[in-house]
Design a protein around this ligand. Structure first.
Ligand code: DX5
Ligand code: ZN
Length: 228
């Protein structure tokens, strides 16, 4: 199973985002995770389409835009125009999830669904065949630097099973409190995309932190083939 590392710029220096993204890229990051918060769905305000457009101009890495906003449908086109490669919406924010996913995909953008820690995996069952990825929140969204909720590991496995049953190989992404200490367990449970904010941008050496996370994440895979 391949593992992709998606550093979250939420924990980077907002006055030097270009340098932060370049450092993550130098460490071999696969995606850049962009946390969009509206001060309504979550109790924090961050960034919008102009910042995504600015990042798009300075990096070749795909921008993975995580919308923590009420009524995400209103903003999908603007984030697509800004250069998002992937857009994920919270199942808690949209009553017409099927239509929303179709809208994202119609723009040539990968469409993801996000589940809060208290949201049941079964809320995905009717769209399991239509998602390009599923993002499992392993903390309550709104802030970086929180501790991973332990039940998230089993939840990742349940999401993986649901997708497999729908015949969908779409990856499971995990977001919140991911670090070198838990990366292997998350991958073992079925996560293929690891988002990490504090563990990357809170570290003194960002490229080394990205490499360290990948090394930790790949440990069980290496052990299974007798290399570790
Ligand atoms: C939380 C955000 C996360 C956050 C993760 O609401 O969705 O992407 O940046 O940060 P860490 O890795 O510090 O928990
Ligand atoms: Zn996020």
């Amino acid at each position: 199973m391949s593992v992709r590392i998606a550093p979250s710029i939420l924990s980077a220096d907002f006055a030097a985002l270009g340098a932060a993204v370049a450092a993550a890229e130098a460490g071999g990051a696969d995606l850049i995770h962009v946390d969009v918060m509206d001060g309504h769905f979550v109790p924090n305000l961050t960034i919008g389409p102009p910042v995504v457009a600015a990042l798009h101009r300075v990096t070749g890495l795909p921008l993975d835009v995580h919308l923590m906003i009420t009524d995400p449908d209103r903003y999908i086109d603007r984030f697509a125009d800004a250069g998002a490669a992937a857009i994920s919406v919270h199942v808690e924010t949209t009553p017409h999830l099927h239509r929303t996913l179709g809208h994202v995909r119609s723009r040539g953008v990968r469409a993801g669904v996000v589940l809060n820690p208290a949201t049941a995996v079964s809320t995905l069952s009717e769209v399991a065949g239509e998602v390009d990825f599923v993002l499992v929140m392993s903390v309550d969204p709104g802030f970086g630097g929180q501790t991973l909720i332990p039940g998230s590991v089993a939840k990742i496995a349940r999401v993986r099973r649901l997708l497999d049953e729908a015949g969908n190989r779409a990856p499971v992404e995990v977001d919140g409190g991911v670090d070198r200490g838990n990366a292997a367990r998350l991958v073992e449970a079925g996560a293929e995309i690891l988002v990490a904010g504090a563990a990357v941008f809170g570290a003194p050496d960002v490229p080394a932190a990205v490499r360290g996370l990948r090394e930790a994440a790949c440990a069980p895979v290496a052990a299974a083939v007798g290399e570790g």
